[in-house]
Design a protein around this ligand. Structure first.
Ligand SMILES: Cc1cc2nc3c(=O)[nH]c(=O)nc-3n(C[C@H](O)[C@H](O)[C@H](O)COP(=O)(O)OP(=O)(O)OC[C@H]3O[C@@H](n4cnc5c(N)ncnc54)[C@H](O)[C@@H]3O)c2cc1C
Ligand code: FES
Length: 281
């Protein structure tokens, strides 16, 4: 069966940058609108392939609110040629978009449970759509804890928004930094310290946890969660590898027997536990 241009997953669609702003020195957020008019429905945790015309294409998580149809939001750190081109677009610029691709944080299926999000650095961006979902439907969940860590106060993503979450009476938000700076009055240390404290006040059997950040941070967070009695089949993590096709075709993102673009990026921890400790996969 032939695939039409409109449905070909390899064909980027043109999107206009409605607005863009700097989050941190090397991180920008862009809000996109489809030129063809069709909005993109997505699930929390999914990603798009963003194409900077003439430069190249990279995988970037969708970081906006899934309930806000017609508003596609991405947060990008400038680490190389393509992400650098995308992080420096201006309002009105065009980029190409393919997606959405990949698996999702199954947060909508965890109603009635205490939801714990653990984010490290830019890992808050892929988690934010799931956090929005719980905030928007807070009465359906027993509890909401967000533990967020960054290198320094200057590296805290969405800092004002996180303060807003903290000011709600129905959330527990813990923010910590590896290295303090003058004026910082918050917590200092790795995420597992506030995570362990937050878990101590809860029944681990009632917790569903979603973890995203550097692999070492995810490993230690999972150890804390398991030590607190959180079942391994109630812990999800998100994996990153270089991607090319994003549709399970080229093999670039192979991870053991899985392709991260197709079977991930969100995996239930017990599915990948054996692999994440091995550097070569
Ligand atoms: C599913 C998924 C979701 C992602 N979501 C986001 C996001 O929301 N925001 C964001 O800024 N980035 C995200 N990334 C990472 C992003 O795709 C890479 O930073 C990007 O591909 C770098 O491309 P480049 O050409 O700019 O840099 P390159 O020149 O290709 O690389 C520059 C440096 O970044 C490293 N790098 C390249 N790709 C990756 C990768 N996938 N993971 C880790 N390190 C990499 C390289 O080893 C090198 O050290 C995501 C990646 C995946 C797979
Ligand atoms: S990027 Fe091609 S198989 Fe995943």
């Amino acid at each position: 069966m032939s695939v039409s241009a409109a449905t070909d997953p390899m064909l980027p669609r043109r999107y206009r940058v409605r607005k863009t702003w700097k989050e941190l020195a090397d991180v920008s957020t862009m809000e996109l609108e489809a030129l063809e008019g069709q909005s993109m429905a997505f699930q929390p945790g999914q990603f798009n392939m963003l194409y900077a015309f003439g430069v190249g294409e990279v995988a970037i998580s969708i970081s906006g609110d899934p309930a806000e149809e017609g508003k596609l939001v991405h947060t990008i750190r400038d680490v190389g040629a393509v992400s650098g081109a995308l992080a420096s677009v201006s309002d009105g610029d065009m980029i190409g978009v393919r997606g959405p691709f990949g698996s999702a944080w199954p947060v909508a299926e965890q109603t009635g449970r205490h939801i714990v999000f653990v984010a490290g650095g830019l890992g808050l961006a892929p988690l934010r759509p799931a956090i929005y979902h719980v905030l928007n439907n807070r009465d359906q969940y027993a509890g909401l804890t967000v533990v967020y860590g960054s290198r320094s106060p200057h590296d805290l993503l969405y800092a004002e928004e996180v303060r807003g979450w903290k000011s709600r009476f129905d959330t527990e938000i813990e923010v910590t930094v590896d290295h303090a700076e003058p004026g910082w009055t918050g917590q200092v240390g790795v995420v597992t310290v506030p995570l362990d404290r937050a878990l101590a006040g809860n029944n681990g059997a009632e917790v569903s946890a979603f973890v995203c950040g550097p692999e070492i941070m995810m490993r230690f967070s999972v150890m804390s969660l398991k030590a607190a009695g959180v079942s391994e089949d109630k812990i999800w993590i998100s994996m990153e590898r270089n991607m090319k096709c994003a549709i399970g075709f080229c093999g670039h993102c192979q991870f053991g027997g899985d392709f991260i673009c197709r079977d991930g990026p969100v995996f239930r921890h017990d599915h990948v536990a054996k692999l994440i400790n091995r550097k070569e996969v």
